[in-house]
Write a protein that binds this ligand. Structure first.
Ligand SMILES: Cc1cc2nc3c(=O)[nH]c(=O)nc-3n(C[C@H](O)[C@H](O)[C@H](O)COP(=O)(O)OP(=O)(O)OC[C@H]3O[C@@H](n4cnc5c(N)ncnc54)[C@H](O)[C@@H]3O)c2cc1C
Length: 319
């Protein structure tokens, strides 16, 4: 595709772009260097009626073993900027602001990494993203998933998102996005390219202490350094998927190279050369076992590209 500001790869393996590291290739992988290039690419894709999917950090994604014949679009490094953090050290101005905390606007490119942003915000004395420490992936993916933890989510601190589509660039307020638990109604055909957050001034020492406590809790409750996509299933109303799966006795169950984590029953880990088929096989088994033991049908949290879950409708691309 001859559009300036795009980097293009044909038959690009997608496994290295996911945290579970399984699955096949994309027909085409496009990395957009600028918003203009992204909008132009989306226009060309529409003209060719080509299906496309937006890839963030691949930390909540399973790619079919046979791959995805469409176009995978991602944001290049230029989308990793963060603007509006207080400059310099935690000084008297910051201390005064913290005494009368008025949320401050921070604008971040959607390619920025959520956990990294949480860390730099904490160092700058801005609170509101503590829950995000330890969550991999990009801001764009976090918005699309309304990622969250410990009772908070990105929509709590998000004021508006910048969306790029074939018609250009526009800002959309949070109120128009129907954000809920692991849900955000992004308009079809759009890519989140920036996010405006409101973060509250606070003492960096206190904020960093909260980070450390939450990271410690994560280290004991989740598999460490594992190839995984986090929670396989969403929590059903009033319960936790991990608790239901543990009750069903599924920890440590293995299929091929995939294993239900011995630490957290809602995590599937690639312990060898797992395929996406191995993972889907375990997910089917987990869903059936919880239905048998608790009468609850779990909904997947992970997104599946290029195939349908064995029990549900297809999840196609964004385009
Ligand atoms: C070890 C581990 C722990 C985790 N813990 C948590 C947790 O505590 N809480 C939680 O909520 N999640 C958690 N996750 C899941 C995952 O990190 C989050 O869902 C994350 O926000 C996904 O971001 P991503 O950039 O990796 O998105 P991807 O996995 O690349 O994509 C996910 C979805 O977002 C869409 N998307 C990505 N970027 C954009 C964009 N710019 N514009 C529009 N749509 C886009 C994709 O099309 C796809 O539908 C965890 C994952 C791991 C591996």
């Amino acid at each position: 595709m001859a559009v300036p500001g795009l980097r293009v790869w044909e038959r690009a393996p997608l496994a290295p772009f996911t945290t579970i590291t399984t699955g096949g290739s994309a027909g085409l992988l496009l990395s957009a260097v600028t918003q203009e290039a992204l909008a132009s690419a989306l226009r060309v894709l529409r003209q060719h009626e080509a299906p496309w999917f937006c890839l963030g950090g691949g930390s909540n994604l399973l790619v079919a073993d046979r791959g995805y014949p469409g176009v995978v679009v991602r944001l290049d490094e230029g989308f990793q900027y963060v603007e509006g953090l207080p400059s310099g050290a935690w000084d008297t101005t910051c201390r005064a602001a913290a005494a009368e905390p008025v949320p401050m606007a921070v604008i971040t490119g959607a390619g920025a990494f959520l956990a990294r942003l949480a860390a730099v915000a904490a160092e700058a004395g801005l609170s509101g993203l503590e829950w995000a420490c330890g969550i991999p992936g990009t801001l764009g993916g976090a918005v699309a998933m309304n990622a969250g933890a410990h009772g908070s989510s990105v929509s709590d601190v998000m004021d508006a998102v910048e969306l790029t589509s074939e018609t250009g660039v526009r800002w959309v307020p949070r109120a128009d996005l129907d954000c809920g638990y692991r849900h955000c109604a992004l308009p079809a055909g759009s890519v989140v390219t920036a996010v405006r957050l409101f973060l509250t001034p606070g003492d960096p020492v206190d904020i960093l202490q909260r980070h450390r406590a939450l990271l410690r809790a994560r280290r004991t409750s989740q598999p460490r350094g594992a190839r995984t996509f986090g929670s396989a299933f969403k929590n059903p109303p009033g319960d936790s998927a991990g608790h239901l799966l543990e009750k069903a006795g599924l920890k440590g169950v293995r299929h091929g190279g995939a294993e239900i984590s011995r630490v957290h029953a809602n995590f599937i880990v690639n312990v060898g050369d797992a395929t996406t088929g191995d993972v889907l096989c375990l997910m089917s088994l987990m869903r059936e076992a919880v239905f048998r033991s608790s009468g609850v049908l779990l909904d997947p949290e992970v997104k599946l590209l290029g195939a349908a879950f064995p029990w549900s409708e297809d999840q196609r691309g964004n385009g």
